[in-house]
Design a protein around this ligand. Sequence first.
Ligand code: MG
Length: 386
Amino acid sequence: MLKCAVLVVAAGKGHRFGTQMPKQYQTIAGKMVLRSSLATFCAHPSIQCVRAVINMDDKALYETAAEGLNVLPPVSGGKTRQESVLFGLESLKEENPDIVLIHDGARPFVDFSLINRVILKVKKNQGALPAVAVVDTIKKSVEKDGETLISHTVERENLWRVQTPQGFMFEEILEAHLGVKGQELTDDASLFEKEGKAVVIVKGEETNFKITTQEDLQRAIAMVEARKQEIRCGSGFDVHKFSEGAFVTLCGVEIPHNKGLEGHSDADVALHALTDALLGAVGAGDIGLHFPPSEPQWKGCDSSVFLKHAVGLVLGLGAEILNVDITMICERPKIGAYRLEMVEKLSEMLEISASRISIKATTTEQLGFTGRKEGIAAQASVSLRI
Ligand code: MG
């Protein structure tokens, strides 16, 4: 799988906005404009790292916007947009991504589908950007005797309003930016155009507009208020097999047993199922995608790390966890005596009341692999309000 990084450009001071507070730090329904897109990129299953380019004078505002999100530390922007993007790209070199998406921090409503469309079109010698066709009649003007007069009508066929994120192969766009150091650019695709490389248009969204004026902000607030809250469900399932050992870890609680569970991490099968259920509810992939078993850093890892990552991700999207329901399936060990302790652990990790947490256990009547005491299976369901 190609590694995809995102650079969110949010270094502007927003002169056109007419307030002290830059537009990317204005709030919409209690959420900062910049936070919305950061959280969406963080939750996207094909994106591995997200970094913002900011004005360090606004560091405190940024910290609030990014609180709890799994983003790389921000880097400082430059004097122009081009310089800011260049600094951001250079800082991403150590992440060694294949693809980079460059996004405008003042476009809060970018969604998974649009991101998918861009990523799917990026390849060597080809960038991709979302755009919407121009439907208004476009006129060009001239100034004469203090009045603005129409000069002529511009052919509107093949005219597009372009948006972000714009996607490129990382090495190619970095090289292009290094080649134009210091020039003023309004977008990144123009560098590819100059080099004669292809830039493919994918379907943009009217909702993916940029907040530039107070009017835009009011439109954004109205849009969020009109969106009904929805309920989401997710489910997860996992199995680990028994191996040598003296205890098993289930829902973060160590339970003495004459066997252990085999696995790359601490093999907490219940937390793995629950983590998958949370990721599933927001379409954010699965635990293996976020924590590849091939990476040695997760060896023997406490599975609460995985769960907390998923919790941070769903909360970042503005979701509230309504309830979770876990069933562990095994003949032995017996779970009942540990149920309360498990509920308390989960209550802490999920930041929800114990009354919203259910832990159950069952056997398969000595049938199948759990019946033969070869391992433990767990399934989990969650519901969220988002
Ligand atoms: Mg597992």
